[in-house]
Write a protein that binds this ligand. Structure first.
Ligand code: FE2
Length: 402
């Protein structure tokens, strides 16, 4: 059995250095560095006091559109959706999706990412994205845990074909039920889409992750409906609201006294996408506002909050580099999360929180966890953010990969 010891590792928020013993594809022990000796015959890696984390997890992404590099001239969400629709009509093939997504994932792995939850557009009669990404998920198991979400990009109830297509994608092995209630034609249809999609997830025993209230509309109320159906169906801890940017412009009394307690009571989690949200949101309201979910208030209420990338060189966002520290930093700036402990929480938004939201088995640095680790070129979480760099060492399933 392959045995590795990582000596003198600093864990997030801990002063004392530890030795981490890996046996096979699991962590065998984590013990203070000054009290343990590496076993003879083990491969030894000296972290020299550098920060060792479980791998980065990107819990909200779109692998089917990544690296398409379709220009967006207005820089708006609407033009992104329109341009993606045109791309699907003219250019998209199964191999095109597979090749772009694989190229991206190979790079993401070198940046320390080992988990990606990717939405896949199911408003395509041929389900080309789902075909490609179900195959890629299997082909990349030695690098990245990919979880796929059946995402009705053009609306679940706008086109009568889509409910059947979404079920078909789930039959093909797509893992999670998605939705986009704010993009349905009316508020009432948005609510109906949530009810129907939640029933599907409940019947199939699947997790849920909806694009929810991704707008600057202070009257958007879909997350409230999502919380209600979560409790009604007993799905606490299994449902995530992505984006919820409208919370930034809602009435503060409603948000603090009703909505956040409802979300916490339903065990909802939230995924904010700081880079994309602030870029696509806030175009039309005056005064301009920070178009991002109020992550500080959500964290304070005990709601699991992750930060994610969403897009990378695609119709919605021309930039991106699979850099989860950049995502956490942007979240810290926009969310007033710059206190020393809050910055530690922000590292958690791209590691432990998304792992919890995705129900990843064996994630973390403790005895019995999977032997998936990264050693950063930094002595603590502050330095990791001050001077971001790709990991010095990447370990996957107990094997050193760099
Ligand atoms: Fe998204």
């Amino acid at each position: 059995m392959n045995t590795i010891v990582i000596k003198n590792a600093r864990l997030l928020g801990e002063e004392r250095l530890v030795n981490i013993l890996l046996q096979g594809d699991r962590i065998a022990s984590v013990a203070p560095a000054d009290t343990t000796l590496p076993p003879t015959g083990a491969t030894s890696i000296d972290a020299e006091g550098r920060l060792v984390l479980p791998p980065f997890i990107d819990s909200h992404f779109h692998l089917d559109s990544v690296l398409t590099r379709v220009p967006n001239r207005t820089g708006t969400l609407k033009e992104g959706i329109d341009n993606w629709y045109s791309y699907k009509q003219t250019t998209l093939t199964v191999e095109d999706v597979y090749d772009r997504a694989k190229r991206y994932c190979d790079h993401a792995f070198t940046m320390g990412i080992q988990g990606i939850r990717s939405h896949v557009d199911v408003c395509d009669p041929q389900l080309r994205g789902a075909q490609a990404l179900v195959r890629l998920r299997e082909d990349l198991r030695d690098k990245i845990d990919i979880q796929l979400v059946a995402f009705p990009q053009d609306g679940y109830l706008r086109d009568p074909q889509v409910p059947t297509l979404l079920q078909k994608a789930l039959d093909m092995g797509v893992d999670v039920v998605g939705g986009i209630p704010h993009y349905e034609a009316t508020m009432e249809l948005g609510s109906r889409s949530i009810a129907e999609l939640m029933e599907i997830a409940s019947e199939r025993g699947l997790l849920v992750d909806m694009h929810c209230d991704e707008s600057d509309d202070p009257h958007s109320r879909h997350v409230e409906v999502l919380a209600w159906h979560t409790r009604r169906l007993g799905m606490e801890g299994r449902v995530n609201a992505s984006h919820v940017t409208s919370m930034a412009v809602m009435d503060p009394y409603y948000v603090s006294r009703k909505l956040i307690p409802l979300m916490a009571g339903a065990g909802l989690s939230v995924i904010a996408n700081p880079l994309i949200n602030v870029h696509l949101g806030g175009h039309f309201n005056h005064p301009r506002h920070r178009a991002m979910a109020p992550i500080r208030d959500l964290v304070a209420a005990g709601i699991p909050v992750a930060c994610a990338q969403d897009c990378n060189e695609d119709p919605w966002y021309p930039l991106g580099n699979a850099d989860m520290i950049e995502v956490a930093k942007m979240g810290a700036h926009l969310g007033h999360m710059m206190g020393i402990d809050q910055l530690r929480t922000m590292v958690g938004t791209v590691t432990s929180a998304p792992a919890q939201i995705m129900h990843l088995e064996g994630y973390g640095i403790a005895e019995g966890c999977r032997a998936n680790l990264i050693v950063l070129e930094a002595t603590d979480h502050i330095q990791a953010m001050v001077r971001p760099a790709p990991p010095a060492v990447i370990i996957r399933d107990g094997v050193v990969r760099t």
